[in-house]
Design a protein around this ligand. Structure first.
Ligand code: G3P
Ligand code: CA
Length: 269
């Protein structure tokens, strides 16, 4: 893929819209996916969790309070955890008004709807399995939805899909279940532990404050399960100065709420 050797060739890093273009539209909604597309951003990042009745939905927090009107619609359902609501209940919520009146009526997307929008926009997806300890079996279920939606064909798995998680066991499980799928581990493992990670992950994706040129070079020195150097996609970088700093470290990707700002900083555009 085009980003595979960005760090080693000196190409600018790829830019990924964190939760969609979430500085400009409500995070993890179709509007945020579309906003990234409007800005010309190919890659979007999202977060996937599971409802009470087993549907996969796109939302960051383990509860619905910050990004929906759940407290008004279901006042008696504290603490408003995603896992305690059905998909039909979540479909009633407004996931846009908290961000601004222009987005009133935006919904929490199911993973299926989200994938269809990303596909329609000809975009690429960095899918995060969020809070996996709350959702036993979510790895297999996520892969099943991806397969049903056509996202595990050769074109998608070789260049348009990466599945990441903060849970190393989750990343390993995804790799074991579907070895063709490229994977990312969220965190900053000790360099001494990288040989073990390189068995099941193609990327090491650290917070931008936790890395250096030396760390990025150390990660690039390992070869992942698909025979390419381990990549580094770092997060969450929202200023031009930080974008230039991490580009200087040689990272392969930058995950940002402001993809236009980061692209202009690192691609001179
Ligand atoms: O993709 C990296 C980033 O999304 C990880 O942190 O909390 O925003 O999911 P968080
Ligand atoms: Ca995330």
């Amino acid at each position: 893929t085009s980003h595979a050797q960005a760090g080693s060739t000196g190409e600018p890093p790829v830019v990924l819209a964190h939760r969609g273009a979430s500085a400009y539209a409500p995070e993890n909604t179709l509007a945020a996916v579309d906003k990234a597309a409007e800005l010309g951003i190919q890659w979007v990042e999202n977060d996937v969790q599971r409802t009470k009745d087993g549907a996969l939905v796109v939302l960051h927090d383990d509860n619905l309070m910050r990004t929906t009107d759940v407290e008004e619609v279901f006042p008696d359902r504290a603490p408003w955890k995603v896992k305690d609501f059905t998909a039909a209940e979540i479909a009633r919520l407004d996931a846009g008004s908290w961000f601004g009146p222009a987005y009133a009526g935006a919904r929490v997307p199911t993973l299926e709807r989200y994938l269809r929008r990303v596909e329609r926009n000809h975009q690429k997806l960095l899918l995060e399995i969020k809070n996996p300890v709350l959702y036993p079996g979510i790895e297999r279920q996520t892969l099943k939805v991806l397969a049903n939606e056509g996202w595990l064909d050769r074109e998608h798995v070789t260049g348009r899909l990466i599945v990441q998680s903060f849970g190393a066991d989750t990343v390993r499980t995804v790799h074991d279940l579907k070895p063709a799928v490229r994977t990312g581990f969220l965190g900053t493992p000790n360099v001494a532990d990288l040989p073990e990670y390189a068995e099941f992950t193609d990327q090491i994706n650290p917070a931008h404050g936790s890395i250096s040129t030396g760390y990025v070079a150390a990660v690039h020195a390992f070869t992942g399960p698909h025979g390419t150097p381990l990549e580094v996609f770092t997060w969450t970088v929202d200023t031009a100065a930080d974008a230039r700093r991490v580009a200087g470290y040689g990272v392969d990707g930058i995950i940002t709420n402001k993809p236009d700002v980061v692209r202009d900083a690192v691609q001179g555009g």
